[in-house]
Design a protein around this ligand. Sequence first.
Ligand SMILES: [Fe+2]
Ligand SMILES: [Fe+2]
Length: 310
Amino acid sequence: MSALASVEERVSRLTKAAARRLVEPDEEVPGAPGEGQLLPDELLSVAGLGLELTPDQRAKLAREEVASITAAGIRFEAVLEAGFGVQLATAEDLTDPRLTFILHELGEETRHQRLFQRLLGQLAPTARSPIPTRVVRLAYRLAIELTASSPALFYVLVLAGEEIPDLIQKLASEHRETDPFIRAVNRYHRMEEARHLSFARAVFPEVLSSSRRLERLLVRHVAPRLISVMFDDLVHPGVYASVGLPAFSTWRRANATSTRRQLRYDATRPVLRVLVDAGAVRPGRVPGPWRRLCGVRSDESPLETAPPPA
Ligand SMILES: [Fe+2]
Ligand SMILES: [Fe+2]
């Protein structure tokens, strides 16, 4: 089977699986988060910082962290929808089976966003990000512009935007002390995202093969930096200020703990693997920004996680 036929075959299988079961989150994931601490201590971003927090502070922090990640999820999925919208609007062949799957994926993402929106309203977060709104808006607009004109970069960010939440949601949904409703939301989301990940992995090699030199440079040197920012911003600095901690210094320290870095490494190494397999990164020649993002050497071998800088 040619590479093209095998991609189309895989995509058609994913489309069939998506069509088989449409999940309406208002019916299948009803309910609301409880009043207690929504995430266990070890899954909080500050785990490993040795902070002395009261039970009330931990409960508030957990709620605000979940809210921050949920809000980021809605925005990331909107960037994905924008990118897919551009692909559809500019497609030469509107009957391409890839577009059929993309239409399923768009439907699923808007359902996820409705669930996340409901959850966000129920969480009623009070933390405000100290990063000015105009800066955030500009960053999202730039991300949309850049990915609209660079499909290879778009798919790398899609892969990271799916792998990172997938691991975070796996840890939350498998932990007995996570709030039952948060576990249910995470389980439902992971189930559908698994197909999205398979789709992005299936089409990336062909997207890369038709990419320009500049796009490949973006994939090698800009994508890992954007992914790093994406990861660090999942829990925004204002979350820490909401429990009386210094916003930016806690944020920086939390993102530098060995636990947090290991989480980033574990979530992003599968993305690097796809890049190496597709030939975007040559084996043994992993560029510096990817090495730092994934905690690997130039031959992709993992670094031991060092203790956080003092
Ligand atoms: Fe989603
Ligand atoms: Fe997705």
